[in-house]
Design a protein around this ligand. Sequence first.
Ligand code: ADP
Ligand code: MG
Length: 388
Amino acid sequence: MNLLIQDAGRYYREQFGEPDLIIRSPGRINLLGEHTDYNAGYVLPAAIDNAVYVSIGKRKDAKIALYSVDYQEHFEIEQSNLQKTQVHWANYVLSIVVTLQKAGYFFDGFNAVVRGDIPIGAGLSSSAAVECAVIFALNELFALGLDKMQMVQLAQQAENEFIGVKCGIMDQFASMFGKQDQVIQLDCRSLKHTYFKFQPEDHQLLLLNTQVKHSLADSEYNLRRLDCEAGVAHLSRIFPEIDHLRDATEEMIESELKGLSNDVYNHCLYAVQEIKRVKEACTDLMSENYIAFGKKMFETHKGLSEMYQVSCPELDFLVAFAAKHKDVLGARMMGGGFGGCTINLIRKDGISDFIDRASEAYLETFGILPGAYPVTISEGTSLVQAQF
Ligand code: ADP
Ligand code: MG
């Protein structure tokens, strides 16, 4: 049995007795569709095998008692008047309790143990995994009657309001709704989602972590959003039906934005192209054309680097290195940019050679070893059925 489930059960038993249930909630990747969410476009995330496990049980009083196996730390608090604490990881659990209370859901005290193996801060949304595991666990334990979509929205609200991170809905959505060997095409406007099989026989997904996070990330993110809004403001004067870049075409950008600032033009053109690319990539998946899919990953990277200008030398280096390796079908930076991971679609046989060579070259150029995580596409948030 999975060692992490065992840990979640064992640490719970040592401290609190028998857990009522154990919940697993995974991290996520995003295969294509970067910076498309706030343009009301499509994203293409999937849940991965790395996950957070929460064992949980009821208490007789109103307290919340927590233990983090990974941080080896206890935390206890009364449920009334919950506030942010100095214990960083515990805030992710409390964020859910507070958000549920705000929405009118109240319950007794509980004990919980948290254990996970999602690399933290690497762009795999370990925070969303904790939130989704906890809300799913509380929903089961106290029979709150929430459906998955409500849980996703409350978990996003918890991260936005209590934690103070203005994330979109993709992270919690992918963690909760993931399916084994399927990617999710999520329409960020309607939240309509469609699954596409992603099961290349000879290839696998591999993440390489640049181990850097440049401080430009937040300010440049806000600037890109403003440029997209400026493009929409201009276009909507001519085409009143345009509410987001999702509604625009490349021809409209060419004809109406070319004379404006280069940045607005390039950034809007990238966003429109990327939204289209996600749709076309799903057609590739229907015909199991992973070569065409991989090509689109490279195109996305080029767009993010040259047009949208959110890459950095470390990401560009790893993608260029991947492009030269015979076993790689596609690679791109993943996430908002200026650091984090690249995602690579690579022949299974070539993985260890690629990791060795890329690591050596990256170390030589930047003086840091990249992290390497092969991932497989797994189920979303669920009750662990195994005996624990
Ligand atoms: P990410 O990009 O991985 O979501 P964040 O900074 O948003 O990075 O969230 C990471 C935080 O989530 C950690 O600092 C920790 O507080 C919490 N977290 C993630 N994994 C675990 C875990 N296994 N146990 C406890 N807390 C965790
Ligand atoms: Mg996060």
